[in-house]
Write a protein that binds this ligand. Structure first.
Ligand code: TYD
Length: 221
């Protein structure tokens, strides 16, 4: 395992600019744990890593997150989509692009695919429209790698906490649609998307994540 991480860290150090990696997956898929592990282990091998998340990583975004996830009233789907897009625009402009330009690897917990899945499909606004909105918001910044943690719905449900936010209350059909989006994206764009089985232990999933990263980095494993 350590050898895989070491190889990935070496590749990342050799890149002229930072690699942009997004972790995606349904609620309860363990993205946060995996991102923290990835940062710790890559840093231990000398890589420069910034971990971040959407929505809400910037001061402005924090306020948008509160409004969209815990606001006093349910916002309509278009307003919701614009709030997530505004959060992403500011996140990219003030944190992600500067870090990548400085040669730092950026790993984000959710990015554009979350909007396509949740607002585009889940809320029925259309994949194309939501993707275009996000591409406009970010001036076209797409991740070099999208690692999707794939989890059976029952496992995800049992891992989720008691406190559910508004989207989490939206029901199982919603979560199935979200899962389907990620699978379809991975099928259409195998070069950038990697599906990783996240039903097992933290270490098992982590091995899958690092292997996926190495595959996208284009190296032997
Ligand atoms: P969060 O509490 O950050 O945790 P997790 O990523 O572990 O689920 O939840 C973010 C919620 O926001 C989640 O339900 C998905 C939703 N979301 C969207 O609907 N659209 C988006 O563009 C993003 C980034 C998130």
């Amino acid at each position: 395992m350590d050898q895989l991480v070491s190889r990935a860290a070496q590749r990342l150090r050799e890149l002229p600019r930072g690699m942009f990696i997004a972790l995606e997956g349904g609620d309860g898929s363990g993205k946060t744990t995996q991102i923290n592990l990835l940062r710790q282990r890559l840093e231990a091998h000398g890589a420069n890593v910034l971990t971040t998340f959407e929505p809400g990583a910037t001061p402005l975004g924090h306020q948008l997150r509160e409004l969209v996830m815990h606001g006093p009233e349910d916002v309509d789907p278009r307003t919701e989509a614009l709030l997530y897009a505004a959060d992403r625009a500011y996140h990219v402009a003030t944190m992600i692009r500067p870090a990548l330009a400085a040669g730092t690897t950026v790993i984000t917990d959710r990015y554009l695919d979350s909007s396509v899945a949740y607002q585009g499909i889940g809320r029925g606004l259309g994949e194309r429209a939501i993707r275009d909105l996000s591409l406009w918001a970010t001036d076209g910044l797409l991740p070099d790698a999208v690692i999707v943690l794939n989890i059976d719905p029952e496992v995800g449900l049992s891992r989720r906490g008691e406190e559910k936010d508004r989207l989490e209350r939206a029901g199982d059909r919603f979560h199935e649609q979200v899962a389907r989006h990620y699978q379809e994206a991975a099928r259409l764009e195998p070069g950038r998307y990697r599906l990783v089985d996240a039903n097992g232990s933290v270490e098992e999933t982590f091995t899958g994540v690092v292997t996926a990263l190495l595959e996208v980095l284009g190296g032997d494993r």
